[in-house]
Design a protein around this ligand. Structure first.
Ligand SMILES: [Zn+2]
Length: 414
């Protein structure tokens, strides 16, 4: 347990370290549409014991904050305006008392968040935001104490307002639509895994998965854009958090013909290496696939969102038929990817697998999730961070994707 907590601290320190240099320059910029200035949280610490634990965060200016509780697991979320977190590095936050984990980062444009994982149900006993020192700084103090399960549930029940989606998630009314693609281009959505507050997996030497997936996604984008038949979109182009449902919604709203989600996670079995191509299946092809999907589906949880909802089974024969057709297309692109990648990059044993990945659930968009390798394996880690290898992987993915899309391109051209 102790080792786990330590690792988390290291991970956090790393994220903060890479946040600081670029973002510090952008400080003091007005956040578009809010009139608010970006705040800098420059120090944080946790103190106390398991009866009473205190979180202290120092800001360079006055901020507004809102707290809310979540369960499964128990978390306390502190919503903040646009904030740069510049602590970390040498100044790691040690975890104490009731706080077993801490994450922080951007969650949507103009919004940041601190998520504390608590070891038991808690309540806020005392909170304050007071001027601190004579430089216009403000100090946020938050004391939490244990509470019983029932009161905790009650608090959660009574919480009003937004339990924290990251902004624009209104596609409930989205239905399967006819293509209305005036320029006859084929739309490919690239989905770089994780981002913002959700760093994803953590390589020992190369840092967060979110940065690796973004780099490879950008390379894949410029590869695919070599074809004039394609319109290539990305679910994120910077280090921002995008919820899993938003990723799915993005592909649907843009009527994507294909969605490729890119990842590079860790496995408990450190010897396992190589790329894996995943398609959607409720049951999951094997234990490894199931575990990985569970982990990926927790992305929203890390950001302090509710767990992604299981698909409400829609009793609609058209959607069901579409789903079946989509499934066979997804399998087809997965197979093409395996056979193309096989002779160029290292694949895992049984590289074609399936599991219940939330991000693959758009009923009408053929989608695959590619784990390009595993950051838990030293050789994979090295490759994943190599510019040359990333480029090679992007090229090979492009060849496979074009092979898959060729019949569609021919049809669309008529
Ligand atoms: Zn991942």
């Amino acid at each position: 347990m102790f080792a786990m907590l330590r690792n988390l601290c290291v991970a956090i320190a790393y994220c903060a370290a890479i946040f600081l240099p670029q973002n510090a320059i952008a400080a003091n910029k007005a956040v578009p549409g809010t009139g608010e200035q970006t705040a800098i949280a420059f120090a944080a610490r946790i103190a106390g014991d398991s009866n009473r634990t205190r979180l202290v965060v120092d800001f360079d200016r006055k901020i507004s904050f809102k707290s809310l509780f979540l369960e499964n697991p128990n978390r306390l979320v502190i919503d903040l305006p646009d904030t740069i977190f510049s602590f970390g590095g040498d100044q790691q936050i040690s975890l104490f008392g009731l706080i077993g984990g801490i994450r922080y980062g951007a969650i949507a444009p103009g919004r940041s968040r601190i998520v504390l994982q608590t070891s038991s149900p808690t309540r806020i006993d005392n909170s304050s935001l007071q001027p601190h020192g004579d430089k216009g700084h403000y100090r946020l103090l938050l004391d939490i104490v244990k509470t019983d399960k029932e009161s905790y549930r009650n608090t959660i029940f009574l919480q009003t307002g937004d339990i924290g989606n990251s902004g624009n998630v209104a596609y409930k009314g989205d239905r399967i639509r006819r293509k209305d693609n005036k320029n006859n281009k084929i739309t490919v959505v690239i989905d770089p895994g994780h981002g913002g507050i959700d760093g994803g997996a953590e390589g020992k030497h190369v840092g967060a998965e979110k940065n690796i997936t973004l780099k490879i996604a950008l390379k894949l984008k410029s590869e695919l854009e070599k074809s004039r038949h394609l319109k290539v979109l990305m679910t994120r182009t910077a280090d921002t958090f995008v919820s899993l449902s938003e990723r799915v919604g993005f592909a649907r709203r843009n009527q994507a013909d294909l969605m490729i989600s890119l990842h590079a996670d860790t496995l408990r079995q450190k010897q396992i290496r190589g790329a894996t191509i995943y398609t959607l299946s409720k049951e999951g092809s094997d234990e490894l696939a199931k575990n990985l999907a569970d982990k990926e589906n927790r992305s929203d949880l890390v950001a302090g969102l509710a767990l992604p909802q299981q698909n409400a089974e829609v009793a609609d024969i058209l959607i069901e038929l579409t789903r079946r057709e989509t499934k066979s297309f997804s399998l087809q692109i997965a197979r093409i990817l395996v056979s193309q990648l096989r002779s160029h990059i290292k694949l895992i044993k049984n590289p074609l697998r399936a599991a219940n990945f939330h991000v693959l659930r758009a009923p009408e968009v053929p989608s695959v999730l590619i784990e390009l390798g595993y950051l838990s394996n030293t050789d994979d880690e090295q490759q994943l961070s190599s510019d040359l290898w990333q480029q090679k992987a992007a090229e090979q993915m492009r060849i496979a994707i074009m092979n898959f899309l060729r019949p569609k391109i021919a049809l669309r051209g008529k």
